[in-house]
Design a protein around this ligand. Structure first.
Ligand code: CDP
Ligand code: MG
Length: 137
């Protein structure tokens, strides 16, 4: 059993896709064990995307994550990290397979709707960052 982090980025919240994205996660038989709508602090987002510091898109993606409320979700299940990454699809929605969240609902890389942890180690780190109070399971 694994717990992993999903963020619904500001564009997804603004487009009223909280329900649609959460529905897909629950339909996959993954369990939501943490859920909140937050205006993320800049320092949280910069730490979250720390691996990308110095890259050309770093400032843009940090600004984007701070541009409106995001949903932070802790999701639990067998191989949850891999299952979620596959469901969300390729980073660039143009390359994301139909049937994935990005392949069905997004069009551009700067507005690709969700974040999901890349591996279980990243998940552990990111869950501590977004859910310092812990999750329900
Ligand atoms: O989100 P994911 O793990 O699939 O991709 P990433 O390579 O870790 O990049 C993090 C985020 O930065 C992406 O989801 C995009 O929102 C953004 N990004 C971008 O705007 N332009 C790029 N060339 C690469 C990433
Ligand atoms: Mg990533």
């Amino acid at each position: 059993m694994e717990t992993t982090l999903v963020l619904i980025k500001p564009g997804g919240v603004q487009r009223n896709l909280i329900g649609e994205i959460t529905r897909r996660i629950e339909a996959r038989n993954l369990k939501v064990v943490g859920l909140k709508l937050v205006n993320a602090k800049r320092e949280t987002v910069e730490e979250h995307y720390g691996e990308h510091r110095g890259k050309g898109f770093f400032e843009d993606v940090v600004n984007y994550l701070c541009s409106g409320p995001v949903v932070a979700m802790a999701v639990q299940g067998v191989n949850a990290t891999k299952a979620i990454r596959t469901m969300m699809g390729a980073t660039n929605p143009l390359e994301a397979t139909p049937g994935t969240v990005r392949g069905d609902l997004a069009l551009t890389i700067d507005d690709n709707l969700t974040h999901s942890s890349s591996d279980p180690e990243a998940a552990e780190r990111e869950l501590k960052l977004w859910f310092p109070e812990g999750t329900v399971a």
